[in-house]
Design a protein around this ligand. Structure first.
Ligand code: CU1
Length: 530
């Protein structure tokens, strides 16, 4: 214990006075994985609200045809920042928060391997989030590039782009350091007897995700650095007039971008793989096949990137390759979905909020997978490219997939984190309202896309009016519902019925997917060293 530098709970041999900072300084200086996990989760929620307000600006403008509330230029900045903030500021930090809280507890480690780097990983996030938002206030604002920052627009627009490039660099550093911490912790700090194939599946999914992060975040950094060079240092990577090619950016970006989809999805798989067995009172079905399927998804995610680029004019051989390679991912994904269903089969099921969100995840993520399969087909995608069908598809994966899983994880672990039970009635209400409003918002967007409505456009032809009105009503309902989530969480932190050592009828004992005894640092014996 004492060998871990800066561990907040551990007394340091060389420190004569035991001064523990309190209040704000405690959070600034903490090296404790639980503190840092909480900060990640709160930061993520704050960014979720910021990105959510931007989504509501978009949906308000699209409520009816014509221009109502905002200028087209501002609308385009909203689509750009909404995407960047949700991907890098909300979803990724949320799952790093879960990793910080749970991985040391699950593998029986005293803390994360590099406790001080952990602090730094987190504290890079607030300045990066601030830079993203500040880009809005620069001359030209955040531009209309979208979260993908495509040239030529990104090489020509105002100084807001430099803010976003800097933010992406810092966010990348943060997630790479977080991932190095996770890999090192899992590989070096497991309790005796906990072999890799005995780890709770959440640890496996993060181990795999961390490798993805370390592999592709530098690629994104390279892509935006090339934009920076084209902007300020006279290069022509993406400038046709100087011998470059804007399509090169798309290749580099999506070599990062597709694995990024799985950086978001795979930890969500991990959370759901903890919850479904606990509320089925059965061990996870097909543990080993889950590990292999998740690894296969991660490997395949590197070789499918150009399915985002079918309309750039690829050779037919390239189109066929990327189509079939993309379809291949459905196989290991199917293995996972069938394993979750088999875990449910003949289980002793109960339907508390974590289970409800996991079942919502299972159903709706699979639907998002199917629309992904539709889009993987080149001939179909050429029709649907940059339409609302794509927007509907990836929101099923990102919101009903990653976000629902995160909600489930918060409710599942909240009794352990706070010592209190949350208000189950309100949490169930949160689930049902989220489920209904999510589908009201996004299901109709499939129809808009099939009818040809383009994405990232502030105005539209009158025939799209009805579905847009429905979608906007759903979006405001979904947004308001999340204030209920905030209320339930705060209420639980402040008090409520005391949570039992095993709040879910002991079923979470199955969190250890093997019959071997749990490691000694479980929730029951928290690793507090005086
Ligand atoms: Cu992709």
């Amino acid at each position: 214990m004492a060998s871990i530098p800066g561990h907040a709970d551990a007394g340091h041999g060389h420190e004569h006075e035991h001064h523990h900072p309190t209040g704000f300084m405690r959070w600034v200086t903490t090296t404790n994985h639980k503190d840092i996990g909480s900060m990640y989760l709160w930061f993520s929620f704050a960014m979720f609200l910021v990105g959510g307000v931007m989504a509501l600006v978009i949906r308000a403008e699209l409520f009816k045809p014509g221009l109502q509330f905002v200028e087209p230029e501002f609308f385009n900045q909203m689509t750009t920042l909404h995407g960047l903030i949700m991907v890098f500021g909300a979803i990724m930090p949320a799952f790093v928060g879960f990793a910080n809280w749970q991985i040391p507890l699950m593998i029986g480690a005293s803390d994360m391997a590099f406790a001080r780097m952990n602090n730094w990983s987190f504290w890079l996030l607030p300045p990066a989030g601030t830079l993203l938002v500040l880009s809005l206030f620069m001359p030209g604002g955040s531009g209309g590039v979208g979260w993908t920052l495509y040239p030529p627009l990104s090489t020509q627009m105002g100084i807001g782009m430099d803010f976003m490039i800097f933010a992406v660099h810092i966010l990348g550093m943060s997630s790479i350091m977080g991932s190095i911490n996770i890999v090192t912790t899992i590989l070096n700090m497991r309790a005796p007897g906990m072999t890799l194939m005995k780890m709770p599946l959440f640890c496996w999914t993060w181990l795999i995700t961390a490798y993805l992060v370390i592999a592709v975040m530098p690629v994104l950094a390279g892509a935006v650095t090339m934009i920076l060079c084209d902007r300020h240092f006279g290069t022509s990577f993406f400038n046709a007039a100087g011998g470059g090619d804007p399509v090169l950016y798309q290749h580099v970006f999506w070599f990062f971008g597709h694995p990024e989809v799985y950086i978001i999805a795979i930890p969500a798989f991990g959370v759901v793989s903890q919850i479904i067995p606990a509320f089925s009172r059965k061990p996870l079905f097909g543990y080993a096949s889950m590990v292999y399927a998740t690894s296969s998804i991660a490997i395949l995610s590197f070789i499918v990137w150009a399915h985002h680029m079918y309309t750039t004019g690829m050779p037919v051989a390239g189109q066929l390759y990327f189509m079939y390679a993309t379809m291949l991912i459905a196989i290991p994904t199917g293995v996972k979905v069938f394993n979750w269903v088999a875990t449910l089969y003949r289980g002793s099921l109960s339907f508390e909020a974590p289970m409800l969100f996991s079942l919502g995840f299972l159903f709706l993520f699979t639907l998002g997978g199917f629309s992904g399969l539709v889009l993987s087909m080149t001939a179909v995608d050429v029709q649907l490219h940059d339409t609302y069908y794509v927007v509907a598809h990836f929101h099923y994966v990102m919101v009903a997939g990653a976000l629902f899983s995160a909600f489930g994880g918060v409710y599942y672990w909240l009794p352990k984190w706070t010592g209190h039970m949350y208000d189950e009635g309100l949490a169930k209400l949160h689930f049902w309202l989220s489920l209904i409003f999510f589908n009201v918002t996004f299901f109709v967007q499939h129809f808009l896309g099939l009818a040809g409505m383009p994405r990232r456009i502030p105005d539209y032809a009158p025939q799209f009016a009805e579905f847009n009105m429905i979608s906007s009503i759903g979006a405001f309902g979904f947004g308001l519902t999340q204030l209920l989530f905030l209320y339930v969480v705060i209420k639980c932190i402040k008090g409520g019925p005391k949570a039992a050592a095993k709040p879910w009828d002991g079923a979470e004992g199955l969190e250890w997917t093997v019959p071997s005894p749990a490691p000694y640092h479980t929730f029951e014996t928290p690793p507090v060293v005086k």
